[in-house]
Design a protein around this ligand. Structure first.
Ligand SMILES: Cc1cc2nc3c(=O)[nH]c(=O)nc-3n(C[C@H](O)[C@H](O)[C@H](O)COP(=O)(O)OP(=O)(O)OC[C@H]3O[C@@H](n4cnc5c(N)ncnc54)[C@H](O)[C@@H]3O)c2cc1C
Length: 536
């Protein structure tokens, strides 16, 4: 006889997800790693580490205890410190230890530096995404610092160190450092040329005055910052401490109260004559920092793929262990249709992001240039949809904070905004095609050839070409961008001899039904629709 109390109902609940080798359990991932000749045993060790119950719980705790800003000490002296929970620091020790900030640059993964690291990032983000913000920026800063070899040389060993050192000390006294990036100002983020922050030359350096409206990971040891120099927008390296050991003029005004990404701090900051050194030529700020941004854009796609994977894993773990009407959910046709469709999407998107990382490893410059924004667009924008459907598979349990789905759902839109939002990515594809039309056409032709082995993409390619040549290209830019990314995803599946390639083509590309808002051609109805939605 049962009481009917909560404890007596401890059956028909799925077991906690944990102590899983996130690498081996994920066939699309492990097959991609095998395809590119990566060290599978090492990646499996990493998969076990991030999939352990203990690590997954660190993710929960780090987000339940967000960072706190302390601008002054009790006596009113500026300290500008952000305090993090030990769980955040534990995650940083792990991800820096796995070299997610450094391994693409230190020669430790000769078989595929970018691809191996991409796998580890994809695994790490499943445990917790927020702490990876400074990790990915530290990895990417090397791209921009290459414009100033002597400065890079000075910092290189500290950047590549696998020892996480959170102590608030001058960078040269630390065992290892992290770097951040400050581009976005209050009056403009995408349009950084509108930056009003100014750099004034003082002897061998500059002093920067102004602000940044979003500057994440404010406890980084230095930031790549854009400011107006004598010859226009320029990139600078701004350390937290001046060369004489005094605290630099960074004044954190407040931390953003964000939708998600709670473990990570994102600051509003003022620069009060802050010491900085120029990176790259004066006036070439955008050209210099774009080398960093290209790497972080790739990371946005990889991390979003990892988030989708984690959501789908939660869904599958649940439906395989939950019965409704005396039948396991995993055996119910309507539920199988949903999760299989999600899994098909992941087959393609995982193949696509690792194909892109492989292109970077192989120096396939034309592919990487055209596809990086397109892949970021498709993968990051798919994440909220996939995570939302996965969440719903858990029923009511998906909606509560005790389980990871609610946190994942709040995190899901972020990568699409970061480092260039959807339209900006789509317009960047257009820009790449306009700047190097021959290389772009060649890339598309080769993708179309590969994709057509599985599904006839000629009608889509013709539609894309017509649109690209039409005066309407900017208005139809999402169609161009998603169309290109979908063809590339199909090509990645075909190249991998995936048994699902044709199915992906048939279900995603037949009849040109694309899924993102903005891909449909609404023609003259656009104005009426917008005016009806909110009276102008
Ligand atoms: C949690 C978080 C952390 C962040 N951390 C950092 C950081 O560390 N460093 C940093 O520099 N920034 C950071 N950002 C800022 C982020 O990169 C910007 O918010 C982003 O680049 C968009 O800029 P914006 O907010 O000014 O939007 P806007 O530039 O005003 O854009 C608004 C909308 O307009 C669209 N749009 C822009 N241009 C066009 C166009 N030509 N045609 C059509 N549509 C267009 C965009 O796609 C977007 O949807 C962070 C943001 C968030 C949310």
């Amino acid at each position: 006889m049962t009481s009917g109390f909560l404890e007596d109902a401890s059956f028909n609940q799925s077991p906690a997800f944990g102590n899983v080798d996130l690498f081996r359990a994920d066939k699309p991932l492990s097959e991609a790693a095998a395809r590119y000749g990566l060290d599978l045993a090492a990646l499996s060790a990493c998969g076990k580490d991030y999939g352990s119950a203990e690590t997954l719980d660190l993710g929960r705790v780090a987000n339940e205890n967000p960072p706190k800003l302390r601008t002054m000490d009790g006596k009113g002296d500026r300290i500008d410190l952000v305090e993090f929970h030990p769980a955040y620091h534990a995650l940083m020790v792990k991800s820096i230890g796995w070299g997610i900030h450094s391994s693409a640059h230190d020669g430790s993964d000769p078989a595929g530096p970018m691809t191996s690291r991409a796998v580890r990032l994809y695994l790490a983000t499943q445990a917790e995404s927020g702490h990876l913000c400074p990790v990915t920026m530290t990895h990417a800063c090397i791209g921009a610092l290459q414009a100033e070899p002597a400065l890079l040389e000075k910092w290189r060993s500290k950047i590549l160190s696998r020892r996480y050192d959170p102590r608030p000390l001058p960078w040269w006294e630390k065992d290892g450092v992290t770097l951040g990036m400050g581009m976005t100002e209050r009056q403009g983020g995408t349009d950084v040329r509108a930056n009003i922050t100014e750099a004034r030359t003082v002897g061998d350096h500059v002093e920067i005055s102004g602000h940044k409206w979003f500057m994440s990971a404010p406890m980084c040891d230095a930031f790549l910052v854009l400011a107006q120099g004598g010859d226009g927008l320029t990139c600078y390296l701004m350390p937290r401490y001046r060369p004489d050991g005094r605290q630099n003029g960074l004044r954190f005004q407040r931390l953003k109260d964000k939708l998600g990404n709670k473990s990570n701090a994102s600051s509003e900051v003022e620069f009060h004559s802050a010491y900085a050194e120029r990176v790259g030529p004066e006036g070439a700020g955008v050209r210099t920092i774009i080398e960093m941004v290209n790497l972080t854009r790739l990371d946005c796609a990889i991390a979003s793929a990892g988030q989708m994977r984690f959501g789908l894993s939660q869904a599958l773990n649940h439906i395989r262990n939950r019965s409704v009407f005396q039948r396991r959910l995993a055996d119910q046709p309507a539920m199988r249709a949903v999760t299989a469709d999600l899994a098909l999407e992941l087959e393609a998107q995982v193949a696509l992001v690792f194909r892109l990382a492989h292109a970077v490893d192989k120096g396939e410059a034309a592919y990487a240039r055209l596809l990086t924004p397109a892949v970021k667009f498709l993968v990051c924008k798919s994440t909220p949809q996939v995570v939302y459907e996965s969440l719903e598979c858990l029923g009511g349990n998906g909606y509560v904070e005790d389980l990871p789905m609610a946190r994942l759902y709040r995190e899901a839109p972020l990568n699409a905004i970061w480092e260039g939002s959807g339209n900006v990515m789509a317009l960047d594809v257009l820009r790449a095609a306009a700047r190097q039309p021959d290389a772009a056409l060649e890339t598309v032709a080769s993708l179309a050839r590969l994709a057509s082995q599985a599904f006839d993409v000629r009608p889509l390619v013709s539609a894309l070409e017509r649109t690209l040549k039409s005066p309407d290209a900017e208005r139809r830019v999402r169609f161009l961008c998603e169309g290109l990314a979908r063809i590339a995803a199909l090509a990645a599946l075909a190249e991998a001899n995936s048994p699902f390639a044709s199915l992906y083509g048939e279900t995603r590309l037949d009849g040109l039904r694309l899924t993102q808002f903005g891909t449909a051609d609404l023609g003259a109805a656009e104005t009426a629709l917008m005016d009806r939605a909110l009276a102008a």
